[in-house]
Design a protein around this ligand. Structure first.
Ligand SMILES: [Ca+2]
Length: 285
């Protein structure tokens, strides 16, 4: 029979810190919410904006509007650019297409924030709002910005730029649009307003955190537990990111008690949890 000594009950408080280092490790791409290589929309949805006819008020130097619909969003320097606001970028898809998602990449090279309105029209007369960022203050990033809305039949898409923190100008690296099926859209929804950074916290080892759903029941900063002498206690470090992270390393700080006692960080062991399989796919590690 295990004998326990109540006088060594600990209240442990620690912080799990995560460090990210860029390396060469290949990441597995989740087909549901991460775009396949060579595509710009989640789930491999077809980008009906690619190669669309464009109409703009102008452009400077060789920064022509075809940069915005060439199907490439990996280089901030390849963009359509124009000076003077407000200004419009209008796409003509040639015929009506069903549309329920748009992904826009304004220029992100200098941390600027852009304000703009996205509208769609089936006939060029009646326009509906598909995305409104006229009050936006978030800096543009390489991840761009997603917009989802009920499926519309659209032939024309118009982006009206109304402001830019970097000056009186508008720059667009790419705009993509298409139709996400319901499964992809449902699984994508919790990630839409998440920043591109690596997120993490501590959670229970008794919870299987589904990789498709950002966790809610976690403690973002600290973990607290009570243990008897010689007893092993556990927590789960839960990390999630919208765009993946390479070479993630988890480190633990020393464990301290309210009375001032300390257990060194070297006593903390970090191990991977076992894979949990569902429908023949690993859902969490
Ligand atoms: Ca482009």
């Amino acid at each position: 029979m295990l004998r326990r000594h109540p006088y060594v009950t600990w209240a442990l408080v620690t912080a799990i810190s995560t460090l990210i280092a860029v390396g060469d490790a290949a990441l597995r791409v989740d087909p549901v919410y991460e775009a396949r290589l060579g595509t710009l929309l989640p789930g491999g949805a077809r980008n009906v904006f690619r190669g669309a006819k464009t109409e703009v008020s102008g452009h400077w130097n060789d920064r022509v509007p075809t940069f915005a619909v060439d199907g490439k969003a990996d280089s901030a320097s390849d963009h359509w650019g124009v000076e003077g606001l407000p200004t419009e970028l209008t796409l003509d898809l040639g015929r009506r297409h069903p549309l329920n998602t748009i992904h826009l990449w304004p220029y992100w090279g200098d941390g600027r924030s852009c304000q703009y309105l996205i509208e769609g029209s089936a006939d060029g007369s009646d326009w509906i709002v598909l995305g409104d960022q006229r009050q936006n203050t978030r800096p543009a990033t390489a991840e761009g910005r997603f917009f989802r809305f009920p499926t519309r039949q659209v032939r024309l898409v118009r982006v009206t730029f109304t402001g830019c923190s970097a000056g009186d100008m508008a720059h667009v690296v790419e705009i993509a649009g298409g139709v996400l099926d319901e499964v992809v859209a449902r699984r994508l929804a919790p990630w839409e307003n998440m920043t591109a950074a690596l997120h993490g916290g501590t959670g229970s080892i008794d919870v299987r955190y589904d990789r498709q759903v950002p966790p809610e029941d976690y403690n973002a900063r600290q973990w607290r537990g009570a243990a008897w002498r010689g007893e092993r206690v556990n927590l789960q470090a839960v990390l999630w990111t919208r765009n993946g992270a390479r070479q993630v390393r988890v480190e633990a700080s020393p464990l301290t008690s309210k009375a001032g006692g300390t257990i060194p960080a070297s006593a903390v062991r970090c191990r991977f949890c076992a894979l949990c399989h569902r429908r023949r796919r690993p859902t969490h590690a």
